[in-house]
Structure formats: structure tokens, C-alpha cells
Design a protein around this ligand. Structure first.
Ligand code: CDP
Length: 235
């Protein structure tokens, strides 16, 4: 079936664990194809930040779910040149960097376990997906959010390579993190994300698994572009 603009590959799902390089790859891919780049992790992070700000304990499932249902969230093209890929606006306030804080990192996986939170986010994500011409990034896009996506990529990398990447991102923002803390936090988040009952992190049965541990951004992009060409122009 043809997607928008006569393209066969119109909805692209990219899933994988924290800091596997999904965002960088998806952003480049979307700009190459002229598609919307949508990072669903932003939404779970915003719900977490809102709960922390309202003083709602992240263990309070009902209260956190209510926050998710009422969240006023907008993701727009970047307005500031400070390395951001988009503006995240929550209740009219720019929270683009705040949703990357260590406190949000520590709590986001618990918030993401709740059915009320996932239902609200999944609904919004499907509305965006239904318009096509989108590269959507997350943990459950190929398995739950867009099970009919035209192309599903599962981008993996060793936990050490991922922690190193996240460490360098923090340093480049002027923070002074400990590598060991980042590694430990990432292991913990992986564990919660992949063992949760609802929409756990795992490759869809029809996903193409790419190991990004020792690929450059350009190499990973090249692999995905080749997959798209081979699907649009099967020999
Ligand atoms: O940027 P990073 O890979 O560290 O994380 P993220 O993509 O911003 O996602 C943060 C957290 O949100 C994940 O650890 C998951 O707990 C949750 N998440 C999810 O449950 N489902 C998604 N589709 C995206 C994120």
C-alpha cells in the first residue's frame, strides 16, 4: 500500500534502549526524507517533570495518571541554537532541558509503567502517526503504538557504549557527572523498561535489529536508507 506522497515507507518506527542513538538517527533520517521527527520519550519525561513539580510522589499511580491526562504539551521546531533538536513547551514554559535532568532520568521509568499514563500518551502518538510521513522514536512504537508501521528499526548498543554517549552529552552541556552513576542509572532504567507488564521494551517480530555499538551516525543512516530503498524498489 502506498503511503503519503506516493511513498511506500511513510511511517517509520525506531525503538531501542536509552541512548542507543535513536534520536540522532531519527532526526537525520526525518530531515533527509522531509518527514516529521517525533521523539515519544519527551512525553514521558514531561509527565515525570510535571509530577515532580506538583510534589506528587511518582509512586502515586492515580495522581500521576491524572497529570498525564491533563498535560498541556507541545513539541515545536527549535527556537534556540543550544544543541536542542526541538522546543518542549509544557504549560506555556520551555522545559526542553529540564526534562533531561538527573531527577527526571531517575523517575521516568516508573512513571512510564502506568496504564493511565501510557493510554494517554499512546493516543496522542497514534494521532500523529496516522498523518504519515513520520519517524517516531521510543520503546514501544513498533510493538504497540504503530504496529502497522511501514518500517521498524530496533537500534541497540552495549550498555557501556550507551552510558559513555550519555556521559559525553552531559559534559558537553557543562555538567560534571560520574560515568559510574550514569551506567548504573541506565542499567536500572533498562531493567524497568524491559520487564514492565505494559508495552515492554523489545523488538517487534518484524523489526530490523541494528547494533549501533561501533557504527558512525552516517553508517547507521546509510543502513536504514538502504532498507527503505529496497522496500520501495524491490528487485
Ligand atoms: O533519551 P533516552 O533514550 O534516555 O530516553 P527517552 O527516549 O527520553 O525515554 C525516557 C523513558 O521514557 C524511557 O526510559 C521509558 O521508561 C519511557 N518511554 C516509554 O516507556 N515509551 C516510549 N515510547 C518512550 C519512552
Amino acid at each position: 500500500m502506498m503511503g503519503v506522497n506516493g511513498q511506500m515507507v511513510s511511517t517509520i518506527a525506531i525503538d531501542g534502549p536509552a541512548a542507543s542513538g535513536k534520536s540522532t538517527l531519527a532526526k537525520k533520517l526525518a530531515s533527509k526524507l522531509g518527514y516529521l521527527y517525533f521523539d515519544t520519550g519527551v512525553m514521558y519525561r514531561a509527565v515525570t517533570l510535571a509530577a515532580l513539580r506538583h510534589g506528587v510522589p511518582v509512586g502515586a499511580e492515580e495522581a500521576v495518571s491524572e497529570i498525564a491526562q491533563k498535560l498541556d504539551l507541545d513539541v515545536r521546531p527549535p527556537s534556540v541554537k543550544d544543541g536542542r533538536q526541538y522546543d518542549v513547551i509544557m504549560d506555556g514554559e520551555d522545559v526542553t532541558w529540564e526534562i533531561r535532568s538527573p531527577e527526571v532520568d531517575r523517575n521516568v521509568s516508573q512513571v512510564s509503567m502506568y496504564a493511565g499514563v501510557r493510554d494517554a500518551m499512546t493516543k496522542l502518538q497514534r494521532e500523529i502517526g496516522a498523518r504519515g510521513a513520520v519517524v517516531m522514536v521510543g520503546r514501544d512504537i513498533g510493538t504497540v503504538v504503530l504496529p502497522d508501521a511501514d518500517l521498524k528499526i530496533y537500534l541497540d548498543a552495549s550498555v557501556e557504549a550507551r552510558a559513555r554517549r550519555r556521559f559525553e552529552e552531559c559534559v558537553s552541556r557543562g555538567e560534571s557527572p560520574e560515568y559510574e552513576d550514569i551506567l548504573e542509572g541506565m542499567r536500572k532504567r533498562d531493567r524497568i523498561d524491559s520487564t514492565r507488564e505494559l508495552a515492554p521494551l523489545r523488538p517487534a517480530s518484524d523489526a530490523i535489529i541494528i547494533n549501533n555499538t561501533s557504527l558512525s551516525v552516517e553508517q547507521a543512516l546509510e543502513e536504514v536508507l538502504e532498507l527503505i530503498v529496497s522496500r520501495e524498489d524491490p528487485v
